[in-house]
Design a protein around this ligand. Structure first.
Ligand SMILES: O=C(O)c1ccccc1NCC(=O)[C@H](O)[C@H](O)COP(=O)(O)O
Length: 262
């Protein structure tokens, strides 16, 4: 099976980022660093703990916000962990998010929580890389991978990785459900025009449950206040938050506030 997604059909910023990522990874050699021997905790298990889990993101910059924070990824991840985050998301895309593989390695050394490698997966080599870096899970965006989502999910699982399969509309949800995703992310940010609509996650989350989805549901993007999370508690297993946490002056306190621990 050809595993080359048709990136020419991906519109907007997401298309730009994905095509640039493809050009960078297509000729990558297999990772030269040996697979990390450190334990790889399961993201899926972490998200199945009682209550609404927080996946806290290490995020320096983004297309929608520009510069967010100058930060030391290890220090931030430790503070997130102390505050009660159940997993850490690390952006490794360099041009639009100022992330790197070194950031992920630093976070891996610093905390024992599951790490989501938040990159724009467009090539199987990135899955090998994620494994070698010590990630527990990768991001698979249905708008990017289309009908190849299921094949990438299988490859990720063969590498011992969980996958956050991300959707932002009904059509993408159908693809994710037929790919047998176990962790379903619903992004409130339209990755084409970057607008946030926080009604997206509850609407598609309910639909996913009605359609029989029994895995972990994750609401993503645009959250900064505990009140915004209230309606997620009965439906979602986790929420993924980046910008508002990374921008805060005290990362541990910011996580505690959002996880109702302060
Ligand atoms: O954050 C962006 O501007 C962005 C633009 C284009 C593609 C992806 C983008 N973000 C990735 C994410 O999904 C978020 O980093 C994540 O859900 C956290 O969102 P937030 O809390 O709003 O930073």
């Amino acid at each position: 099976m050809r595993l080359e997604p048709d990136l020419s059909r991906v519109p907007g910023v997401l298309g730009e980022i994905s095509r640039r990522r493809w050009a960078e990874v297509v000729d990558l050699e297999p990772p030269s660093f040996p697979p990390t021997s450190q334990p790889r905790p399961s993201l899926l298990e972490a998200l199945q703990a009682p209550g609404l889990s927080l996946i806290a993101e290490v995020k320096r910059k983004s297309p929608s916000q520009g510069d967010i924070a100058q930060l030391d990824p290890a220090q931030v991840a430790q503070a997130y962990a102390k505050g009660g985050a159940r997993a850490i998301s690390v952006l490794t895309e360099p041009h639009y998010f100022a992330g790197s593989n070194a950031d992920l390695l630093a976070v891996r050394q610093a905390v024992g929580l599951p790490i989501l490698r938040k990159d724009f997966t467009v090539h199987p080599r990135q899955l090998e890389e994620a494994r070698a870096l010590g990630a527990s899970a990768v991001l698979l965006i249905v708008a990017v991978l289309g009908e190849l989502t299921g094949a990438y999910l299988e490859l990720a699982q063969q590498q011992g990785l969980d996958a956050l399969v991300e959707v932002h509309d009904e059509a993408e949800l159908e693809v994710a459900l037929s790919s047998r995703a176990q962790i379903l992310g619903i992004n409130n940010r339209n990755l084409v025009d970057l607008k946030i609509d926080r009604t997206t996650a509850p609407r598609l989350g309910r639909l996913a449950r009605e359609r029989g989805f029994g895995g972990a549901l994750v609401a993503e993007s645009g959250y900064s206040h505990p009140a915004e999370l209230e309606e997620l508690h009965s439906l979602f297993d986790a929420v993924l938050i980046g910008t508002s946490l990374a921008r805060s002056q005290d990362w541990q306190a910011a996580v505690q506030k959002l996880t109702f621990r302060s």
